[in-house]
Design a protein around this ligand. Sequence first.
Ligand SMILES: [Zn+2]
Length: 256
Amino acid sequence: MHPVGFGKRHMVCHCLLIETPSSGLVLVDSGFGRVDFEDPTRRLPKAFSRMVRPDRDPGQAAIARVEALGFSARDVRHIVLTHLDLDHAGGLVDFPDARVHVHALEHEIAMQRTHGKVSGLAKHRYVPAMWAHDPTFSTYSDAGSSLFGFEAVRDLHGLPPEILLIPLHGHSRGHSAVAVQSDAGWLVHAGDAYFDQGEVHSPKRKCPALLRAFQSIVEFDRKARLGNQTRLRELAQAHPEVAIFSAHDPRELPAG
Ligand SMILES: [Zn+2]
């Protein structure tokens, strides 16, 4: 996507595909769905698709990437979401049999949106058509174990303990990071906890003004959001071996 007003900045939606020994394929975040690339006007709010301008390339959808690897939608048995914003939950419908794991607070507000009980920003960021196929949700509250000083939810329903949810609220109500202990070390998909690598991967927060303004406009809780950015920055400094990346900065996780 090439959002207008961000200096023609190219943005992506990073998803992770994890092969597990006993839980099949696990997808972390689902990006836009195939239909959103085919026709951005069908499900995405007009103002959003005009501003963000998703590429008209269905080959970029997570399902297309999964199929290109020789798998089918049914092989993806679990999807762990950082949050339910339209650019993270759009792909759910392409994997209708997958169990969807998300923080309870995020699930609650998105379902309130489904029933027309929200106003303001929540009305626009959540698109009920993205879960109209009625997937099985597993939801989690803040609790459990800890990881690098963060509270973490381990033992997600049906998933190995190497995949954890780290509540990092602020961008949205129940926004969380997803940590994965891979053979190559720890990966932390920080979702929209930050948008520019300079916010976390430099000693002091650095972020272009327009991107900073955008994050303020779409935030649920500024104090929590900025506090969590500081904690991520400290983690990045203290543990450079941990691969921390955000959802939308293409300079991070370039192999994706
Ligand atoms: Zn996003």
